[in-house]
Design a protein around this ligand. Structure first.
Ligand SMILES: Cc1cc2nc3c(=O)[nH]c(=O)nc-3n(C[C@H](O)[C@H](O)[C@H](O)COP(=O)(O)OP(=O)(O)OC[C@H]3O[C@@H](n4cnc5c(N)ncnc54)[C@H](O)[C@@H]3O)c2cc1C
Length: 338
């Protein structure tokens, strides 16, 4: 039996798992996908790669700053850009000074951080947990296929709605944890990765663009500018607004979703952007939390030790996920007295 099972191998789950392993606990991280990272996501495609989840890292607190500095020393993370250009219905404008700060990325793709954290950890991939039960003072987690996993404590780093689907039945209706999780809502997002001919000239300063007051697009980035030494062709990433994603999330026809986004990118920056050589689309049902809870993590001992963590607890972004993961590793040790 495990001391702790961590659900989810995103930034929260992996930073938490690493701390628990360091503390000598018998911990397993269980992940439904074939790879680690969660929304820290990079896709390999057409001899290159692109980030289709988190676009960049921004740093505010001291603890996260130390973590990112360490990754920078190891060459996993590099500063990408300090400025973001604003695209408005009136045209291109530079952003005001509040938008001027260092943004970090990984030249090998954002999942490099997750792969680094996962090294040496017991991570079980391709294992979607579909139900949870309690028996004889133990948690039992049932995967879609394979054997049940028994553990003394669980740390869930799943997005709040996915946590609810699994744990609603084992928590009492009066549980404070349940009430808090039920209040959390996420924005969806649709992201397109698109490749352009090698001969296409891209201005050096084209890195990150924020679309203001647009219904379709919220963000455009030249993803290949994150690894200037290894460009095989220009690759761009386009992110929708939450409103456009809400309306298009379940549309089965890819062209109907993708074409308006590409058309809009062309209107903003140049008609050629509407006609890539290839493009792929990713739908995120739970992309960004609307309002984080403002707590590092949630804990309960009833029916058994359980901690909830993730970006939606401590903040809306990667720093929130990291902070929450670390806090969960401390909270669970208090719950099980280790
Ligand atoms: C399109 C997009 C753009 C973003 N841009 C930025 C940005 O530029 N900067 C920034 O800081 N943040 C950004 N974010 C947010 C950032 O990606 C998240 O805050 C952070 O990655 C969340 O990490 P997490 O570990 O809390 O959750 P996740 O990364 O979601 O990890 C949860 C994990 O649980 C797994 N899981 C779910 N259900 C099960 C199950 N039943 N069984 C097993 N495993 C399961 C999932 O597969 C996932 O790997 C962006 C997010 C998106 C989607």
């Amino acid at each position: 039996m495990h001391d702790v099972v961590v659900l989810g191998a995103g930034l929260a789950g992996l930073s938490c798992g690493k701390e628990l392993k360091k503390a000598g606990l018998n911990v397993k991280v269980v992940e439904k996908s074939a790879g680690v990272g969660g929304r820290l996501a990079t896709r390999r495609l057409q001899d290159t790669w692109a980030d289709h989840g988190a676009q960049y890292i921004s740093v505010h607190g001291e603890v996260f700053s130390r973590f990112i500095n360490d990754l920078q020393q190891q060459g996993i993370v590099k500063e990408w850009t300090r400025s973001v250009t604003q695209l408005t219905p009136e045209g291109i404008e530079s952003s005001d000074s509040a938008w001027f700060y260092p943004r970090y990325t990984c030249p090998q793709g954002m999942t490099a951080i997750a792969k680094h954290l996962a090294t040496g950890q017991d991570v079980l991939l391709k294992t979607r947990i579909v139900s949870v039960r309690v028996q004889d003072s133990k948690w039992y987690l049932t995967p879609e296929s394979g054997e049940e996993i028994a553990t003394a404590a669980i740390i869930s780093t799943l997005p709040a709605p996915q946590f609810l689907a699994l744990f609603q039945n084992v928590l009492s209706t009066s549980s404070q944890m349940l009430k808090a999780v039920q209040s959390v809502k996420f924005h969806p997002n649709i992201t397109i990765m698109a490749g352009y001919p090698k001969t296409q000239i891209i201005p050096d300063h084209w890195k990150a663009f924020r679309c203001v007051d647009d219904f379709i697009l919220s963000w455009i980035s030249c993803d290949s500018s994150k690894h200037p030494e290894q460009i095989t062709q220009p690759v761009f990433v386009f992110q929708s607004t939450a409103q456009f994603a809400t309306q298009s999330l379940d549309e089965p026809d890819l062209e109907k979703v993708g074409k308006p986004m590409l058309k809009k990118a062309g209107e903003f920056l140049g008609a050629w952007l509407s006609h890539p050589e290839w493009w792929q689309l990713q739908r995120w049902r739970y992309a960004l939390v609307q309002e984080p809870l403002g707590v590092d993590c949630l804990t309960t001992k009833i029916p058994l030790p359980l901690v909830c963590a993730g970006d939606w607890c401590a903040g809306k972004n990667l720093e929130g996920a990291y902070t929450s993961g670390l806090a969960a590793s401390i909270a669970v040790r208090e719950l099980i007295n280790c």
